[in-house]
Design a protein around this ligand. Structure first.
Ligand SMILES: C[S@@+](CC[C@H](N)C(=O)[O-])C[C@H]1O[C@@H](n2cnc3c(N)ncnc32)[C@H](O)[C@@H]1O
Length: 281
């Protein structure tokens, strides 16, 4: 190679090196200046489309209504340790529960009926207003949930080590920064309190049945509800929790039959799973 060509190559290399460095620095600066958030705007705003039908038990989210039959006992049994014959009709009396990503309040109201002092928070303002309106109108509720339009990262700053139980049902799959989400949920939980998740599993089976068939063939859930890449596996969620001072106590598989609109707890965790963990001292 002659000297002119060698010099030209060096100049080009130096130029490219400087450009790449500049870009890396710019990226680092912007990420350190941006406040971390659990909100992924499209994943919050898409639920506004079904606001009108949220409380219709036969509407587009009938599966969430039907899910109460399995998730309410799952949360209840994780929070009280007494024999079945010793239980009263308000088994969660005096328990403070946080329903993160409460939506229109389907789960919050059901937990309130068991006597719990429920706080529901959501990043979608219209859904929080709907939840508030529905509970005001519901005469069956002696104890009403309290609702707040906020994020878990902000709420947990004011309510640190406060709740006996934190529930995030069908929410973590809509969050991009899962580490911040889990850490913030745990900050709000008392030591020895329980945290509960239900979420679809990132698996081929779930991609085929839970997304393609359920959303695009059977219309069992609204189209575009789930993005495969945002889902987690039970092992990933366990790892995240145990890295943050928790012990995972139970993982159950869940299955939904759109023909009967019924949920079942099953052994396989390939479609969806329900997880319970305790926050260690
Ligand atoms: C599928 S809905 C589940 C609603 C409720 N948990 C239930 O099962 O009835 C998901 C909810 O998560 C909420 N959400 C998404 N990202 C959120 C965030 N970063 N913080 C709080 N809520 C969020 C959405 O606004 C929506 O109400």
């Amino acid at each position: 190679m002659n000297t002119t060509l060698l010099n030209k190559t060096r100049t080009i290399n130096t130029f490219l090196y400087k450009k790449v460095n500049m870009l890396v620095n710019l990226r680092n600066e912007s990420s350190s200046n941006t406040k971390r958030t659990t909100i992924d705007k499209p994943n919050v705003e898409k639920f506004t489309k079904i606001l009108q039908e949220w409380w219709d038990p036969n509407g587009p989210i009938k599966a969430l209504h039907a899910m109460n039959l399995v998730r309410v006992p799952f949360v209840r049994d994780g929070l009280i340790q007494c024999a079945q014959n010793e239980r009263n009709i308000k088994p969660l009396k005096d328990k403070k529960l946080l329903d993160v990503g409460c939506g229109g309040g389907i789960l919050s109201e059901a937990l309130s009926k068991l006597g719990a002092e429920v706080t529901g928070i959501d990043a979608n303002k219209e859904l929080v207003q709907l939840a508030q309106y529905h509970s005001n109108m519901n005469d069956e509720l002696n104890l009403k949930p309290k609702y707040q339009y906020t994020t878990i990262e902000d709420h947990s700053k004011d309510f640190s080590n406060y709740y006996d139980g934190v529930v995030a049902s069908e929410v973590i799959e809509h969050i991009k920064d899962k580490e911040l989400f889990v850490k913030s949920c745990l900050q709000a939980l008392k030591p020895e309190g329980r945290i509960f998740f239900t979420t679809p599993t990132r698996s081929r089976l779930c991609k085929i049945f839970g997304i393609w068939i359920a959303e695009y063939v059977m219309n069992a859930i609204p189209k575009g509800t789930h993005q495969y890449d945002m889902l987690m596996t039970p092992i990933e969620l366990t790892f995240l929790l145990e890295r943050n001072n928790c012990h995972v106590e139970i993982i159950n598989g869940l299955v939904y039959n759109p023909c009967t609109n019924k949920w079942d707890l099953i052994r396989s965790q390939q479609l969806l799973f329900a997880l319970q963990a305790v926050k260690l001292e």
